[in-house]
Design a protein around this ligand. Sequence first.
Ligand code: NA7
Length: 548
Amino acid sequence: MTDAVTADRIDPSPAGKGSITGTFDAVVVGAGFAGMYMLYRLRALGLSVRVFEAGAGVGGTWFWNRYPGARCDVESMQYSYSFSRELEQEWNWSELYAAQPEILAYANHVADRFDLRRDIQFETRVTAAHYGETEQGWIVGTDRDDLVYARFCIMASGQLSSLHPPEIPGFDQFQGDWHHTGAWPHDPVDLKGRSVGIIGTGSSGTQAVPVVAKEAGRLYVFQRTPNYVLPSPNKAMTPEYAGVWKAHADVLRRKAHETRTGILYNFGTKSALDVSDDERTAEFSNRWKTGSSILAAYTDFFTNIDANGKAAEFVRDQIRTIVKDPATAARLTPTDYPIGAKRICIDSHYYQAFNRENVELVDIKAEPIERFDARGLQTTRRAIALDVIILATGFDAVTGALARIDIRGREGQPLASKWQDGPTAFLGLMISGFPNLFTVNGPGSPAALSNVLMSIEHHVDWIAGCVQTVRARNCSTVEPSQAAEYDWTNTVAEAGRTSLFQKAASWFNGANVAGKPKQFLVYVGGIKAYREKCSAVVANGYRDFIFE
Ligand code: NA7
């Protein structure tokens, strides 16, 4: 088979020409939680696998996002693999919501425990993946001049891995230090006593602010859109709590699958509009104090704008109570979109940080940043001198990591041209015209609005099942029909259009990156409906797919 592979066909890829350097049944791009589990599953099917990983270690998001304060906003016991009972029983989390170093340690433990590293090539970025019609497989090039052939290619390249720098001129002139939260250095960054600017107030920015504020001499927080930031319920893990989870993990995870996000909270059962103002305020206050999710308190925050408004107003009241300076509180208060329509941020004393003498909020809607310069930046009102700039400006989400690889399908069609008006894919898992190419958490998957680790396991299991079916049917390729892809893309768009999520500009709908097609990248209909659909397409004998 591979004798027929001509490296010429990869031209003009950044990988250049050369002879095939390796042949595998499958190539996996990325060794985060998705890539690691994909490797484990494909190995178990008896496939030879090569994983390419740009980083020097496993962990994906948790390898790169080492910024101060980085922490998971899903409970540790839930944000853990479920595929190995032994792994589940032996690993002990120290906190209810783990911080980045502990999650990275967990990823490394998994890699060691299942001997994954021997099939992972680190510090190697995949630059090109071209489908070969003759070979009925993928020719994959890297920035280390690998050129490998594989029947299957699985993109486990992350939804939030392609950095999105701000579109502000003059950045190359800045003479100080700068770091993006999503590519934070491994060595400590010296912030002590220095003038620091954090641009962006999403999950990363709001987590970093309270920690950086304690170290920096002066901290400027540049905010474009205020977020709803809820208190973290984090505390030390108790053996009792972990013990209950470990004893009943199967039941608890099955229960989680039945929810909208795949995360178990203390769910209320009534409409927010069916209780008195006093009862609702008491419920919200109790949850605010204990860190129990306010958005789980009642059933209709995502379906009824009036119900949503009750929760939003409660949070606005908390901001006004916590932040002592009324003008700062007003600037921190979101007013023009529903709570939850952008990803909720979970803080550790974010609002309290603005009561510190050394912290200043700069509202860049009122006072836009005009340009960076050698000493810091210039807003429309003043020059601000900065020693360190922290870009917490997020990611070119969901499609960004795929867009930076030269992916070509049947007849050499570039994925970039197929997706020029916005991505189309079936279930976020496969793309018509791109046989045997799978995406974990691709466009149209609900993963971003779920316990991502649970969604990863689900997607990887589905992909492994599909690969197994190709082999069991003695076929070479599988791809979704155009009709199925079209229908699912419409389902995703319709779910978004009719939801509260369309009332905010966010990375869920492509609005955070200038020039990106405005389209829902995430299926907002919930993981229960999604999982049912994924099971149905298998149960009906893969009717929506073409096997060759
Ligand atoms: P997010 O949530 O995309 O947040 C990025 C933040 O950066 C957000 O406040 C943006 O404001 C702001 N931003 C983006 N571009 C600019 C420019 N040009 N100028 C000023 N401010 C800007 O990314 P995170 O890293 O915080 O979190 C990503 C996900 O990781 C999160 O959702 C969790 O799933 C974990 P905007 O709101 O767009 O006005």
